[in-house]
Design a binder for this molecule. Sequence first.
Ligand code: CP
Length: 305
Amino acid sequence: MRHLLNPLDFSVEELDELMDVALDISKNPQKYAECCKGKKIATLFYEPSTRTRLSFEAAMLNLGGSVLGFSSAASSSAAKGESVADTIRMVSCYADICAMRHPKEGAPLVASLNSSIPVINAGDGGHQHPTQTLTDLMTIRSLKGRLNNITIGLCGDLKFGRTVHSLINALVRYDNVRFILISPNELRVPDYIRQEVLTGNHAEFKEVTQLEDVMPELDILYMTRVQRERFFNEEEYIRMKDCYILDAKKMELAKPDMLVLHPLPRVNEISVEVDKDPRAVYFKQVQFGVYIRMALILKLLEIQV
Ligand code: CP
């Protein structure tokens, strides 16, 4: 039995296969409409979510399966003090696969160690968000045509942004990917990403504070929000929250075929005027997220089509 806790749990070849299946799903949804008949996914969300939880549920429903779960710790027995380990033992009796989001880093790992069903990390604290990364890779591969030979700018809260940590982990495995890390000094990527992931994999990268200066170099701009829920101090959050705002004027500096991605939710960091720019693909990204999660469920349940 396999779990997905980290994007590195799948090889590059397996990720390619997964994206191929997701592409086929997008073209032939009817072929997959009953693949998971009789199967259930449990969505165990101890933290707020719109996209990840609903896209897992949509993915399972699209495959002919069913969904159960909870959308906040307060509405589960976690509020009475039940541990993640005990919870997953129960859920293993109710469902065939589960997706877990938790504010504590490593909680889905703890679940996987006590589970008899596949566990998918749907975001753990400021650590990893591997299915967002699958979504991001699928979006880039589908719309750019490649995952190698790109310069990607990652902008915003690179310290707490788990989608950024997972995406860097995944992209260092492709050839000639150049990283430009755009953040205030206070929100730079954690040391382990800089040293073990980027330097350790001989990736080319630079850290800058000004978005405008690097816009012309980028093939992909990955915007992120400042993660209010991870700040210890509200005043610090307020000081940082509008550090970058992508607007139509800044988009004029970019290549004509640069793509703007964002894991969403957006707060202020992308002005709504950018939405109508054809290079803004963050809403298309959401649709790719359903197809790739469908492919992931099939893979982890070992369902052949
Ligand atoms: N991208 C993402 O994880 O969104 P949600 O927090 O709404 O699930």
